[in-house]
Design a protein around this ligand. Structure first.
Ligand SMILES: [Zn+2]
Ligand SMILES: [Zn+2]
Length: 170
C-alpha cells in the first residue's frame, strides 16, 4: 500500500490525514511462523520541506502465531505507533530513513518494522500452558501421560504400587 504524497511535497508543512489497509506476507520470526491479519493504519503525514515526508500513524492488527510450548495456534491483537521519516536520498547519518520514489510513499516496511518490534519474544496459548510431553509428544493441556512420573524408569507394577501406597495413607 503506497500513499500519494504529491500534494504534500508541493505544500511543505501542510498535514494530510490518511487511512490505509496494509497486507504483509507470512514471515518467520525466531523460527516461528508469524502472520499479521487485518492491518489498519490511520494517521497523517506532511512534507518537512527538504523533499522528506514525516509520517505518524497508529496501526492495529491481529497477529497469528503458535504457542512456544504446545505449538497450538495463538491469536493476539497488537497496536503500534509508527513514526517514520521518508527521504528520496539515503542519508548515511540516518539509517532509520525509509526511501521513496516519485510521489509514492510505501507503507509496508515501516508498518512491518513497527509490528515486529512490538512482538513478544514468545507466544503462549495461556500463561500456564503445560506444553508437549518430550517423550511421547501428547499435548499435556488436553491429555495426561505417564512418561515423566519420577525420573526413574518405572516397571509395569510400580504405578500400581503407588496407587496402593497412596490409598494406605488415606
Ligand atoms: Zn500452549
Ligand atoms: Zn508422554
Amino acid at each position: 500500500m503506497s500513499l500519494d504524497v504529491g500534494k504534500a511535497l508541493k505544500n511543505p508543512g501542510q498535514v494530510y490525514p490518511f487511512r490505509a489497509a496494509v497486507t504483509l506476507p507470512e514471515m518467520e520470526v525466531l523460527s516461528d511462523p508469524v502472520r499479521f491479519e487485518d492491518i489498519e493504519v490511520e494517521g497523517e503525514f506532511f512534507c518537512t520541506g527538504d523533499n522528506r515526508i514525516s509520517l505518524r500513524a497508529g496501526a492495529a492488527a491481529k497477529v497469528v502465531s503458535r504457542c512456544c510450548r504446545c505449538l497450538e495456534r495463538v491469536e493476539a491483537d497488537v497496536r503500534v505507533q509508527i513514526d517514520a521519516l521518508y527521504a528520496k536520498q539515503p542519508d548515511p547519518d540516518d539509517p532509520d530513513l525509509y526511501s521513496f520514489e516519485a510521489n509514492a510513499v510505501e507503507l509496508t516496511d515501516a508498518v512491518k518494522d513497527a509490528l515486529l518490534l512490538e512482538l513478544p519474544m514468545q507466544f503462549f496459548c495461556k500463561p500456564d500452558c503445560k506444553g508437549l510431553c518430550p517423550v511421547c509428544g501428547v499435548n499435556l493441556n488436553h491429555h495426561t501421560c505417564t512418561c515423566q512420573e519420577g525420573n526413574v524408569v518405572t516397571g509395569p507394577f510400580s504405578a500400581l504400587k503407588e496407587i496402593v501406597l497412596n490409598n494406605e495413607e488415606v
